[in-house]
Write a protein that binds this ligand. Sequence first.
Ligand SMILES: [Fe+2]
Ligand SMILES: [Fe+2]
Length: 195
Amino acid sequence: MTPYEIRRGDPGQRQQVEAWLFGLDLVSEAVRERMVTGWISAWISSSHARLEDIPYALAAPGYQLARHVNEVTRTGIALARSAMEEWRDEFDFDVLVPILAMHDVDKPLMYVRDGEKVASSRLSQELPHGVVGAMLLKDLGFPHLVVSTVATHAANAPFHGRSLEAYVLHYADFFATDRTCMREGATPFYQRHWR
Ligand SMILES: [Fe+2]
Ligand SMILES: [Fe+2]
């Protein structure tokens, strides 16, 4: 059984993703289409009926993945703009924006919903978070930097990419994640020191 199918969805579903996903106006038409199809594919292949039903983490089931994704994209764009101004770094938004906006595209498939209850999926024990998203992005034709950065972005990945894009994603993701941890009463990553 394949864990997901690439699907374009119906116009209503595409409209919902377009209305929600931040960053679509920062990329070319071809990239925009691929980003929307990527989220539609993960959503339709999942057990979640509505986009807003998809949780960000089991530890915070009430916190929507949809919110986290936009927080990370907006923060990442702000960080990239700061790096461009401070250090004259350069970013291709057709690469950076999909890295930010698609980094957690496999999360709908990592959790299964049964009514009000959410649990880890069987797939999440077969392939790690990030890797499934990278497979999906590869299927959609995204470039290697997008695929490899998403594959290795998770906190427990064996290593993280060395590109500026991987660095921006890391801080944007953890900036947003840590704020959610604080709100939910969990220890944020920046305070989890080795002892
Ligand atoms: Fe992630
Ligand atoms: Fe994330």
